[in-house]
Design a protein around this ligand. Structure first.
Ligand code: FAD
Length: 500
């Protein structure tokens, strides 16, 4: 007998909800379940041009006209003024040191601004995830997806002969429902909840990036960029550093600040795993936060009137963020990228990676069924390589610390990868010959590996290191990264992007 549902998508974050919406649009009955209920707090909010390109592609490819405005700040504001987002004109990095206020010089030696859009209308966004995920869940349900909140799997078995799952779902009030479906799609964002049914294990020991974070949403965060010496010049030539993914970089980590249009700012300190206490109970987190804030006078000033508004239980804490599973695919199941693994918030690669997974899985299921297994297997292999590549270019940046100059110079490997991939997607949104973020470009990856070895084994001065990086990235560097005449201000980095 044919199962009732084509797929059970477990996890109704933005990626699970979007994939369920697309599958339903493809005419495949889909069940979407989540153990929690919308709107719910979620971290991971700074989007990128890469994500915008993928949103535009998904909207066009699968006829999701409601989705298209989310690809740019201007259209988002016009179509969904009540769906909260923030304006992100690019990336801004400021050097902070213990006990000292932020200062800069004419060469902007202590800051780096990289534009990712030419004006506010074409700007990227920060996503208030409680709003965006809820909205996407509603779109999936409006398209005919069956959506069940406060529901999880109690039992699941796969019959390889009939190629279908038999599953018992349980609601919060212990009501059981029996369902049958062909594909189990893991969109749980890395929670171990599905391991009993998929058999995957943790496979994170190989990862180089090992950081943890303490984070929350705050009201009353003051503008920072306006205090910087180059504020007016930056505003005129590029953007305000407060309309960006703002990174305050210090000797062993950094603080993110993402400002939403409703007066709320997402903040999070990211530090090496080893520098956090082994446990940090909810009641201890606020005091720990204050200790970190008090180290950096300019951060302290920015946060002097701030108060936490979410999550409800107080600051979130994860001692180690990087993780990877033993597999992204198995008999009758497939994982979305963030369920398979994650590296670190640095460079905001998570949303785009998740969307790239939605795009590939949707393509595999949406075409000729004879090819779908091949496409899914290829995706599962690729997603591991992509995580390994993200891990390398993020770990490279941390290797540059405590020097801000080295950190910023090593970020060039990320920028050439993101810009190269955006150019590829702008040309052909379905086929990516160099892979997601150029993960299949063996030449770039081997140069990054060799740079990793160099910075691990040598304590190099900034001048020498910058020269080495310049020569290492030269074939991919089309935007003047590390060109001293740019004085750490990059205005033109984005592939042509249209406003809908
Ligand atoms: C500290 C931090 C900062 C980050 N910052 C950024 C950033 O700035 N930019 C960026 O691009 N990315 C960032 N990321 C990554 C980003 O959070 C992820 O890419 C994103 O959350 C992926 O969304 P998702 O829908 O796949 O999963 P999630 O948002 O994690 O959603 C998973 C859903 O599954 C549900 N669920 C879990 N287990 C079960 C179960 N057993 N049964 C039923 N339901 C279940 C949950 O309730 C949840 O609703 C960050 C990540 C972290 C950890």
């Amino acid at each position: 007998m044919k199962p009732k549902y084509f797929a059970l998508v477990v996890g109704s974050g933005f990626s699970g909800s979007l994939l369920a919406w697309i599958l339903q649009k493809q005419g495949k009955d889909t069940l979407l379940v989540d153990q929690s209920a919308h709107p719910r707090f979620a971290i991971g909010e700074s989007s990128t041009p890469t994500a915008d390109f993928l949103i535009r592609h998904l909207a066009e490819r699968w006829g999701l006209s409601e989705l298209a405005p989310l690809a740019s700040f201007g259209q988002w504001q016009t179509h969904y003024p009540d769906l909260v987002c923030g304006k992100k004109r690019g990336f801004a990095y400021y050097s902070q040191s213990q006990g000292n206020s932020f200062t800069d010089d004419d060469l902007h030696s202590n800051s780096l601004l990289v534009a990712a859009s030419s004006d506010d209308a074409r700007s990227d966004t920060h996503w208030l995830r409680s709003d965006v995920d809820h909205w996407l869940f509603q779109q999936a349900v409006n398209s005919g997806t069956t959506g069940l909140e406060r529901t999880s799997i109690r039992n699941a078995t796969f019959d390889p002969v009939a190629s279908k799952w038999q599953c018992t779902l349980a609601s919060e009030d212990d009501q059981e429902t029996q369902v049958q479906f062909r594909w189990l799609i893991d969109a749980t964002g890395g929670s171990p909840g599905l391991r009993a049914w998929t058999g995957v294990q943790s496979n994170s020991d190989w990862m180089r990036t090992r950081t943890g974070a303490i984070f929350g949403h705050f009201r009353g965060v003051e503008d920072f960029a306006i205090q910087t010496p180059s504020y007016h010049e930056d505003l005129q030539n590029l953007f305000s550093g407060d309309d960006s993914a703002q990174h305050h970089v210090f000797e062993n980590g950094w603080l993110w600040a993402l400002r939403f249009c409703n007066g709320v700012t997402s903040l999070g300190f990211v530090l090496p795993e080893a520098s956090w206490p082994t446990t940090l109970k909810a009641a201890e987190r606020s005091a720990h936060w204050q200790v970190l804030v008090a180290r950096y006078p300019s951060i302290e000033r920015m946060l002097r009137s701030s108060e936490i508004v979410a999550p409800k239980g107080g600051l979130g804490f994860m001692r180690r963020l990087s993780r990877c599973s033993s597999s992204a695919i198995g008999k009758g199941w497939i994982s979305l990228p963030n369920a398979y693994g994650f590296v670190d918030p640095l460079h905001s690669s998570g949303i785009a990676h998740s969307l790239s997974g939605v795009a590939r899985i949707a393509e595999a299921f949406g075409g000729d069924e004879r090819w779908s297994h091949n496409l899914l297997n290829a995706y599962a292999e690729d997603v591991h390589e992509e995580l390994a590549w993200i891990d390398t270019f993020v770990a490279l940046c941390y290797k540059g610390l405590p020097s801000f100059k080295n950190f910023a110079a090593l970020a060039s490997y990320y920028f050439v990868s993101a810009i190269g991939f955006e150019q590829d997607v702008a040309l052909d949104p379905i086929h990516w010959p160099r892979g997601y973020m150029l993960a299949k470009d063996s030449s770039l990856r081997s140069r990054a590996e060799s740079m990793f070895k160099t910075v691990s084994e040598n304590d190099m001065g900034s001048k020498q290191l910058v020269e080495k990086i310049q020569s290492s990235i030269a074939p991919w560097n089309r935007v003047g990264l590390l060109d001293p005449s740019q004085k750490n201000r990059l205005a033109h980095t984005i592939a042509p992007k249209q406003v809908f």
